[in-house]
Design a protein around this ligand. Structure first.
Ligand code: IDP
Ligand code: MG
Length: 136
């Protein structure tokens, strides 16, 4: 039953000094940080990570944004953590994300081509396994 998910704190979250705030919310929920690294990802890593979005209008801006600074990669572990972290993160658009969520409380629309929304979380068991192998 115990599983792990990939959480990324994106460059906007790192630049705004929200690493601790994101981890605090994960730990307060009861999940455990089982691996953690801070890095500037390569384009190759991001292309693999975001392969499903290749060809979409926001794909290039998304890669440029993710290359713009350090990212924190976290393996977060606990029962149903994949679903649970998506719930903590809130919906993709920070303007519409529910208050109480990471994106709803800490994010907003900055008028950029790509939505800057502080965090990534794997969306399924298959994605989590694939993404954790890429980042760790
Ligand atoms: P998710 O991060 O909530 O799973 P995805 O659809 O997987 O959302 O998209 C990946 C990332 O690409 C989003 O987190 C956001 O940063 C960006 N993004 C997604 N859809 C759009 C869009 O329609 N316009 C601009 N950026 C987008
Ligand atoms: Mg996604």
């Amino acid at each position: 039953m115990t599983e792990s998910t990939l959480v990324l704190i994106k460059p906007d979250g790192v630049k705004r000094n929200l690493i601790g705030e994101v981890i605090r919310r994960c730990e307060q929920k009861g999940y455990s940080v089982t691996q953690l690294r801070k890095l500037t990802p390569t384009r190759e890593l991001l292309a693999q990570h975001y392969a499903e979005h290749e060809g979409k209008p926001f794909y290039e801006p998304l890669l440029e944004f993710m290359l713009s600074g350090d990212v924190v990669a976290i393996e977060l572990t606990g029962n149903r953590v994949i679903e649970g972290f998506r719930s903590l993160a809130g919906s993709t658009e920070p303007t519409a994300a529910a208050p109480g969520t990471i994106r709803g409380d800490l994010g907003r629309d900055w008028g950029t081509k790509v939505v800057q929304n502080l965090v990534h979380g794997s969306d399924s068991k298959e994605s989590a396994e694939r993404e954790l192998k890429l980042w760790f």
